[in-house]
Design a protein around this ligand. Structure first.
Ligand code: FAD
Length: 417
């Protein structure tokens, strides 16, 4: 960790507590191998202990360290904002996932339930989100509504103490594995678009929910189309008041941005258990790295990577001092997304023909191509770079607001695609 936050005594004590817990919770030999830099011993421990990602999620999920800011009674530590960066630093140091597979549950659904949900909902859902027992997805975007999310068309109509839902979502990450979804639906078409929305918890296995995986150009199916055909949701699964869905959705979206700004979508921070850091993987993937021009470019990427880390460091150190981070989240989300695209395109160009054809089983060539293709999504997911630039212009720089052609009209009267 190059950018190290200076701990005060309370923070140093907490860090020591986290490290002591890791030594206890990890398979025998893991922590020692990391501390001594013994990669052979690390690989041996990982293989012989049959360490796996899902059981690690359950272990950390029960410890409180997976969500230090959550209330103790729901599986957190009722802790301080500075605890989060300390835990992430130590997880990364011990080659553990800094984000779990239930990223949308922990990062998006849970904070929304904590802020707007009923006590019964908190009791029912939060602990199982943390341990990864129940995976969540986010049912917001639709074929006609992405950036302009509040224009969405999926309808929920009241029927006794139930709601009947019809419509379609798209881009739904992890829907094929999810137990529950955060569903934003229109309950009143006759008021302005932001006012007619309601937020629900949807059981993804309820009759009438159909999930169709979409195959991406990387070959995997990260996201899905989801169709609702007369799906019934009990009113007890409503989060917040009827018509107050936009306020709840903003909590989800705000948390999504912070989660994605901090995340690096590389396998090391997602899955852990590997000895290589993403930077080494990038440099290794460039075959002609001794070429003087290529070396210059690699050095330039390194400089930009440092700038990015310093910006993330500023946000973290603000949290460590108990302050709210400033515009770093939006700035880093835009920068990170475009940096990933430029860097992965450079690696493909530098590798020449090796980027389009390679020996079977060449992990470096495969990862270079997959990283390049996957990076296309970075400037779209979690809010597009154009929309984030609008927000930076309006909220940070105080420039004039984006045009709102349908301001004041009811949703039913607005033009939609
Ligand atoms: C990998 C991935 C995973 C995703 N996962 C999920 C998920 O799990 N759940 C979910 O609900 N959604 C998910 N999304 C959807 C994502 O939130 C939307 O794709 C995104 O909000 C953009 O919406 P859109 O695709 O409809 O594009 P549009 O909103 O139609 O935008 C099209 C283009 O117009 C530009 N544009 C739009 N409005 C403006 C404006 N006011 N000013 C300037 N330019 C503008 C955009 O920047 C973009 O270039 C995911 C997307 C990706 C790529």
């Amino acid at each position: 960790m190059r950018w190290k936050i200076e701990d005060n005594p309370e923070q140093a004590a907490f860090r020591a507590e986290v490290v002591a817990w890791l030594w206890e919770a990890l398979p025998d030999g893991w922590a020692k191998a990391v501390e001594t830099g013994d990669d052979e011993a690390f690989d041996h421990t990982k293989t012989s202990s049959k360490w796996d990602f899902m059981s690690w999620m359950a272990t950390i999920g029960k410890s409180g360290y997976a969500a230090p800011l959550w209330p103790k009674e729901y599986g957190g530590l009722s802790g301080q904002p500075w605890m989060q960066p300390i835990i992430r630093e130590e997880l990364a140091r011990y080659r553990l996932p800094t984000f779990g597979i239930n990223l949308l549950g922990v990062g998006l659904a849970a904070p929304t339930i904590i802020e707007h949900g009923s006590d019964a909902q908190k009791e029912r859902y939060l602990a199982k989100i943390l341990t990864g027992e129940e995976i969540w997805c986010q049912l917001f975007s639709e074929p006609g509504s992405g950036s302009d999310l509040a224009s969405l068309s999926t309808r929920a109509v009241a029927d006794g103490d139930e709601w009947v839902v019809n419509g379609q979502k798209v881009w739904t990450t992890l829907a094929q594995f999810a137990h529950y979804g955060m569903l934003l639906a229109r309950t009143n078409p006759d008021v302005p678009k932001h006012e007619g929305l309601t937020y629900f918890i949807l059981d993804m296995h309820a009759p009438g929910v159909e999930v169709r995986p979409l195959k991406q150009m990387t070959g995997s199916s990260e996201f899905n189309e989801v169709f609702f055909n007369d799906v019934r949701i009990p009113d007890s699964a409503r989060v917040g008041a009827v018509g107050d869905g936009w306020r709840c959705a903003r909590t989800t979206l705000m948390n999504e941005r912070t989660t994605l700004a901090g995340i690096s979508l590389d396998p090391v921070s997602i899955f852990g258990g590997t000895r290589k850091d993403p930077w080494t993987t990038f440099v290794d993937s460039i075959p002609n790295r001794q070429d003087p021009i290529i070396r210059q470019r690699i050095a330039q990427f390194y400089i930009e990577q440092e700038v990015k880390e310093i910006t993330a460091f500023r946000a973290n150190s603000a949290r460590m001092r108990g302050q709210q981070p400033g515009p770093e989240g939006a700035v880093n989300k835009v920068f990170n997304a475009e940096f990933n695209q430029r860097r992965s395109a450079f690696a493909m160009n530098a590798a020449g023909i090796g980027s389009v054809a390679w020996d079977k089983g060449s992990h470096l060539a495969e990862s270079r191509a997959t990283t390049f293709l996957r990076a296309r999504a970075n400037t779209i997911e979690g809010g597009t770079s154009e929309v984030l630039r609008n927000q930076i212009a309006e909220r940070i720089l105080g420039l004039s607001r984006d045009v709102e052609v349908d301001k004041g009209s009811s949703w039913a009267d607005t033009r939609r695609n």
